[in-house]
Design a binder for this molecule. Structure first.
Ligand code: KIV
Length: 298
């Protein structure tokens, strides 16, 4: 009956990885070819992050990203994946209005996007209530505390969070509350490694770190950053595993030069007509351009 695959990464599998002390791997993706490569390489979670706005759509922050944009890209990603769990990131203002509106938006990721769950930023009392309601509506929720980019104006920039006692306590409490509310995992972004280690050992659910040190249960990076496709400043936690910008730019410059100099295409890139069709081709030419023939005769 169902096409639902038990080979796909799910909440229980992630929980088991935490239990077995095996690291969870996660990356963002926003399109079909990238998602296919990540899935085939064996990444456990693909997050269709609202970082889409900054790394793909050219916005300065994640704030302008719309639900329709997120669904469009989530659909491309879920078309490609076979094994990875796909999580849709709820964009700014998609979970800030009424509870009904927020549940309807989260459900769009599942029903229209084909995602397996959603992520939302923050752990305020209203967010915790929403997490409970989403779980009640059978939607798996990944929490996100520490640096929450949708609060960029409130926190005054993309800064490390939780270095001081008060903030560290708020982040720790937020993670515990998210677990209590039913979240299946929590992203810890840009927090000191020591704080992330404490939270990870206190929680039963997995922590997924980004700029949160090595002790989290898993790691996530923005795929464009780790592949060297982002031209802007990168935070220190990003490790570039490739320099695709250089490779792409070199390839395009080569192409431009070869086309301009007539070195591309070569014979191996061409289709040819058989000898016996060349007479027909000349006939076609005379038919289509009779005036040229007359001109030549003059
Ligand atoms: O939007 C995003 O890509 C994220 C990750 C950085 C966790 O939220």
């Amino acid at each position: 009956m169902a096409k639902f695959s038990t080979d796909r990464v799910n909440v229980c599998y992630l929980q088991e990885l935490k239990k077995q002390k095996q690291k969870i791997t996660a990356l963002t993706a926003y399109d079909y070819p990238t998602a296919r490569l990540l899935d085939e390489a064996g990444v456990d979670i693909i997050l269709v992050g609202d970082s889409l706005g900054m790394v793909v759509l050219g916005y300065e922050t994640t704030l302008p990203v719309t639900m329709d944009e997120m669904i469009h890209h989530t659909r491309a990603v879920t078309r490609a994946r076979k094994r990875a769990m796909v999580i849709g990131d709820m964009p700014y203002l998609s979970f800030h209005l009424s509870k009904e509106n927020s549940i309807a938006n989260a459900a769009r990721f599942i029903k229209e996007g084909g995602a397996d769950g959603v992520k939302l930023e923050g752990a305020t009392p209203a967010r915790l209530e929403l997490v409970k309601a989403l779980v009640e509506a059978e939607i798996p929720v990944m929490g996100h505390v520490g640096l929450t980019p949708q609060s960029v104006h409130k926190i005054g920039g993309f800064k490390v969070q939780g270095k001081e006692e008060e903030q560290a306590e708020a982040i720790f409490r937020g993670a515990l509350d998210l677990e209590k509310a039913g979240a299946f995992a929590v992203v810890l972004e840009s927090v000191p490694a020591e704080l992330a280690a404490e939270i990870t050992s206190a929680l039963k659910i997995p922590t997924i770190g980004i700029g949160a040190g090595p002790h989290c249960d898993g790691q996530i990076l923005v795929v464009n950053d780790m592949l060297g496709l982002t031209s802007d400043y990168l935070p220190r936690f990003v490790k570039k595993y490739a320099e695709l910008s250089e490779i792409i730019s070199g390839a395009v410059k080569n192409y431009i030069a070869e086309v301009r100099e007539g070195r591309y295409p070569e014979d191996q890139h061409c289709y040819h007509m058989k000898e016996d069709r060349l007479a027909a081709l000349r006939k076609i030419r005379r038919k289509l351009l009779p005036e040229r023939k007359a001109e030549k005769k003059k």
